[in-house]
Design a protein around this ligand. Structure first.
Ligand code: ADP
Ligand code: MG
Length: 400
């Protein structure tokens, strides 16, 4: 496979560089609620500035339908500048007169373009928008792993039009996923959980042949338990996924899949619900299970202790509610405490680790949720392939 072009191979001194970062952060009352993705984006921006580039950053934020001030990049760009310790100008638009003016007037500051989703052409990878984005800069750096599974103007279209490289964050993400998809050190243990089995059945299929054991908790385990014939009460089951779940369990690799043997059953879906530990074989019909039980958590933890490679995606229970956080905490502690090479992906799993201050104890904390899952399923992503396809092309001569 052709290597990804990196920023170390290009000359950026005096050039204007458009960086596609993933600044899609949660906002609360108009302020950034979690800095994880901003902090992850900073080293690339700093490296380009140190290389003499004028840096223009773009990203999408949320899912606005057209221009919507509630989704402006302003608070995000300002926070980026505070964390990065550099001045920031927020352009008045994505790739119109406002962006051109901000770039034309650019001095030492970082220019942050408006939310790329303000442009209707963004998600359609519209050639006109890609042209206008490309016209803003001399080179492009793709660093938004969390958006690399989308062939949009700001991820793929612009990369087809400018000398392009993968940013250090994107390279680190690709390297981490290559490790867990290639020939990982064994035992290789994968832990999957989270909300929907429909989101992750493809990942189960892709990883089962590679792992020594796959541990499944979270809401998604109930569709699998139901497919095995267990009565799961009112726990979340995706009826239309039962057949596919049964097929995976019946496959030759299905024996590596380990389901909970006990669960925390609640009388309703609420933080203050009455709850007790029950065996998987005797879940009361009126209850909804909101966490794996202590016996399962111990078993999962013991298997993680012996692992040499770990991938974790998806919380084991409704960890946002303290009575149902123990399973997720136990798994997080086991991964953090192990000497295995560990990759954790998924917005909620990463948030759980960060809330427990264990994020520094894993080998790689991924900034991509859906992108990571799609990379596992498909083996590559459009926002990565476009860079590989263009690698080896000569960089423009200085001053061109
Ligand atoms: P990630 O963002 O890490 O990929 P998901 O988005 O797939 O994870 O799932 C996270 C959500 O799953 C959390 O909001 C959590 O409350 C929910 N969840 C986990 N276990 C259960 C359960 N047993 N019942 C209902 N929801 C659950
Ligand atoms: Mg999530």
């Amino acid at each position: 496979m052709k290597p990804l072009p990196s920023i170390a191979d290009a000359e950026y001194d005096g050039r204007t560089v458009l960086v596609r970062s993933d600044l899609n952060v949660p906002l609360r009352s108009g302020a950034v609620e979690d800095d994880f993705r901003l902090e992850a984006a900073l080293p690339t921006i700093r490296a380009l500035r140190a290389a003499g580039a004028r840096v223009v950053v773009c990203s999408h934020l949320g899912r606005p339908k057209g221009i919507d001030p509630a989704f402006s990049m302003r608070p995000v760009g300002e926070r980026l500048g505070v964390l990065g310790g550099f001045p920031v100008t927020i352009a008045a638009d994505v790739a119109g007169a406002g962006a051109s003016a901000a770039v034309a007037a650019q001095g030492d500051e970082v220019v942050v373009l408006e939310n790329t989703r303000f442009e209707p052409g963004e998600t359609a990878n519209d050639p006109d928008l890609s042209d206008r984005l490309a016209a803003l800069a001399d080179a492009f750096v793709m660093d938004a792993f969390g958006s690399a599974h989308r062939a949009h103007s700001s991820t793929v279209g612009v990369a087809e039009r400018l000398p392009s490289a993968a940013g250090p964050l994107l390279l680190a993400e690709v390297e981490a996923f290559e490790k867990i998809l290639g020939s990982p050190d064994r035992p290789y243990v994968v832990v999957l959980g989270g909300a929907k089995v429909s989101d992750k059945l493809g990942v189960i299929r892709a990883l089962l042949p590679k792992v020594d054991v796959m541990l499944v908790g979270g809401a998604m385990c109930f569709t699998l338990l139901a497919a095995e014939g267990f009565a799961v009460g009112r726990s979340l089951v995706e009826e239309d996924m039962l057949d596919s779940a049964a097929a995976v369990l019946a496959s030759s690799d299905g024996s590596r899949l380990t389901l909970p043997t006990d669960l925390v059953a609640a009388d309703r879906m609420a933080a203050d619900a009455r709850h007790r530990v029950v065996a998987a074989a005797s879940i009361p019909g009126e209850s909804v299970c909101l966490d794996i039980g202590p016996e399962t958590a111990e078993r999962f933890s013991a298997m993680l202790d012996g692992a040499d490679t770990v991938f974790w995606n998806g919380p084991m229970g409704v960890f946002e509610w303290e009575p149902f956080a123990a399973g997720t905490r136990r798994v997080a502690q086991a991964i953090a405490g192990s000497s295995a090479y560990s990759v954790v992906g998924g917005g909620d799993s990463v948030a759980a680790l960060r809330a427990m201050a264990l994020d520094g104890k894993v080998s790689h904390l991924s900034t991509g949720g859906g992108a990571g899952l799609e990379l596992i399923e498909q083996g590559s992503l459009p926002g990565i392939e476009v860079l590989r396809a263009r690698s080896g092309r000569p960089a423009p001569a200085p001053g061109s």
